[in-house]
Design a protein around this ligand. Structure first.
Ligand code: HEC
Ligand code: HEC
Ligand code: HEC
Ligand code: HEC
Length: 452
């Protein structure tokens, strides 16, 4: 007679918990209630909750691609991410392109990064065997060479999928005498189809290629099989019950919504991170004054000639955008300021003290830098502003797809050649999880001003 399984534990099953593709989204920004999913502090709570319930320690895996784009502030974030990843105690992490952007060294040496298709693994694991409920489980990783820059001097020389690689993996799985095998995969559907066809793995977990966190794809269908794919930007965690005697059940997703509390142990590392970001912000301002020849005039200068527009603006929430950051203690974080002030990294806002008139979202966020127009109202062209370094970030990144910061540097009004903005301008800030409910036909009437 079998003993009752503990509450919440499916008798005789192992639980697999997997996440990844954080891409620097360490915590929800707080911009919109609908967009507030995910974050490392919530994931730590969710994991701790599953561990507390389980009779057999869950198998925690990570699909990697967790680091942000390279920058000074990014380095601080990487440190924070590494600290929290260590707390999650994963059995294996597949390094992703973001993680390898700064080279092998940025991964640190204390986390179980694993990749099985590298010529020389450079101190990374190439296979790992763990035991759960008496079962030997082999862990493997495939990172497509197409995902990572592969120069002759790259740290990691990755091999593409081939009959030879698959035969090699088959031999290793056999030699390790494991009863179950798991692959962490990042690459294309074509590569995945070849691996699926080889039938080497009992469970394949896939990294997520999408950048659209509002429409999460949490499975990938390839060669007649449906494979679990981790949600992007840390918004959720895959949970898979794996009976000891059969194949894994379909994956569930635990979305890390508002109801999931921040784990108290995450508070200190986050406080250290915020302090370091603040120090970086002030270090970058050392000895700096106001931008000497800012093309921005500030909203007050428009008032005399455009009183009706000014009145609408004063009544809008855009005015409050900087106080909003002050309320949550993030007025020193360029990754927040980018959309909450005028012209960050484009000759505008530097700090509330140096540029007191350029806080908040103002006329010139939408109409473009208009100092020339203020001097000479016949001028209906916003100034061209070459991108300038953002404190802690260096040059603003060239934009392709939704950026994390620098959202206001390439001004769409300038591209259109006049001072009149369009919906595209709104979407440089009202994007993704920062404004998931944005609909121009609903939002514009709230701040409408113009010809009528
Ligand atoms: C890509 C542009 C962008 C970035 C970057 C950004 N925000 Fe926002 N934020 C917005 C927009 C747009 C809104 C208004 C959203 C809406 O109402 O639809 C907003 C609103 C907010 C609000 C107001 C919520 C409320 O209802 O009162 C807070 C707080 C906030 N942001 C904090 C932050 C913090 C903290 C960061 C950095 C971690 C950040 N923002 C980064 C665009 C951005
Ligand atoms: C000295 C008066 C004056 C000031 C100051 C001024 N404007 Fe104007 N603005 C005008 C006049 C006059 C027009 C209409 C010109 C025309 O129709 O030829 C105009 C037109 C505009 C237009 C419409 C442009 C178009 O292509 O139809 C915008 C947008 C605008 N101003 C924005 C601003 C902003 C933003 C500021 C503050 C940074 C500002 N203005 C400051 C006088 C001013
Ligand atoms: C430079 C970034 C930026 C641009 C460009 C921008 N917004 Fe916003 N918007 C914000 C931020 C930040 C907030 C939140 C301010 C706060 O509450 O502190 C916001 C809030 C709003 C709100 C208030 C939301 C609510 O539910 O009441 C409306 C409406 C809005 N924006 C409309 C627009 C429209 C329409 C456009 C384009 C014509 C636009 N915004 C362009 C950053 C921007
Ligand atoms: C959130 C974005 C946003 C902000 C902030 C904003 N505007 Fe506008 N403004 C627009 C849009 C969009 C239009 C309509 C463009 C059109 O009709 O094609 C417009 C229209 C105008 C026009 C009318 C142009 C015309 O000829 O009809 C003027 C003038 C103007 N804005 C001035 C201002 C001034 C001054 C401020 C600040 C006090 C301001 N705007 C703040 C987005 C903005």
């Amino acid at each position: 007679m079998a003993v009752d399984a503990p509450a919440g534990m499916d008798g005789g099953a192992i639980e697999v918990l997997a996440a990844g593709d954080l891409r620097g989204e360490i915590k929800p920004c707080g911009c919109s209630p609908e967009g507030q999913m995910g974050g490392l502090p919530r994931r730590l709570s969710a994991l701790a909750g599953r561990v507390a319930k389980a009779a057999v320690a869950p198998l925690v895996l990570d699909l990697g691609n967790n680091f942000p784009l390279p920058s000074e502030q990014g380095r601080l974030k990487i440190e924070l991410i590494r600290t929290l990843l260590a707390r999650f105690a994963p059995e294996a992490i597949l390094p992703g392109p973001n993680d390898l952007a700064l080279g092998r060294g940025a991964l640190g040496s204390d986390l179980p990064y694993l990749v099985s298709n590298a010529g020389t693994a450079q101190g990374l694991l190439s296979q790992r065997v763990v035991v759960r409920a008496g079962l030997r489980i082999g862990l493997y990783g495939y990172l497509s060479p197409a995902e990572v820059y592969q120069g002759a001097h790259s740290d990691l020389q990755l091999e593409p999928v081939s009959a030879e690689l698959l035969a090699h993996l088959r031999a290793r799985i056999r030699a390790a005498a494991v009863q179950r095998s798991v692959l962490l995969f990042r690459g294309s559907d074509a590569e995945l189809a070849q691996i699926v066809a080889a039938d080497l793995f009992d469970l394949i977990l896939v990294g997520n290629p999408s950048d659209d966190e509002l429409h999460q794809q949490v499975e990938r269908r390839v060669a007649g099989r449906t494979l679990p794919q981790v949600p992007t930007k840390g918004q959720g965690m895959l949970r898979i019950a794996w009976p000891l005697s059969g194949p894994p059940a379909p994956a569930q997703v635990d979305w890390l919504k508002d109801g999931v509390p921040d784990h108290p142990d995450a508070a200190a590392p986050f406080a250290r991170y915020d302090e370091a970001v603040k120090a970086l912000f002030f270090a970058a301002l050392q000895g700096a004054g106001a931008p000497p020849d800012s093309p921005y005039a500030g909203a007050a200068t428009c008032e005399g000639c455009h009183p009706a527009q000014q009145k609408v603006w004063r009544g809008s929430r855009h005015v409050q955008a900087l106080p909003t950051l002050v309320k949550v203690g993030k007025q020193f974080d360029p990754e927040c300021l980018a959309c909450h002030v005028v012209g960050l990294g484009a000759g505008g806002f530097r700090s509330p003290e140096l540029t007191p008139t350029l806080g908040g979202v103002q006329c010139e966020n939408c109409h473009g830098p208009a100092k020339a127009h203020v001097r000479e109202p016949g001028v209906h062209k916003p100034a061209y502003v070459p991108p300038q370094p953002i404190p802690g970030h260096g040059a603003p990144p060239v934009r392709s797809g939704p950026p994390v910061y620098g959202a206001v540097t390439a001004h769409p009004a300038a591209a259109a050649g006049g001072l009149l903005p369009s919906e595209r301008t709104c979407r440089t800030c009202h994007m993704g999880s920062h404004s998931p409910t944005f609909d121009f036909n609903v939002y514009w009437p709230k701040i409408r001003h113009g010809r009528e």
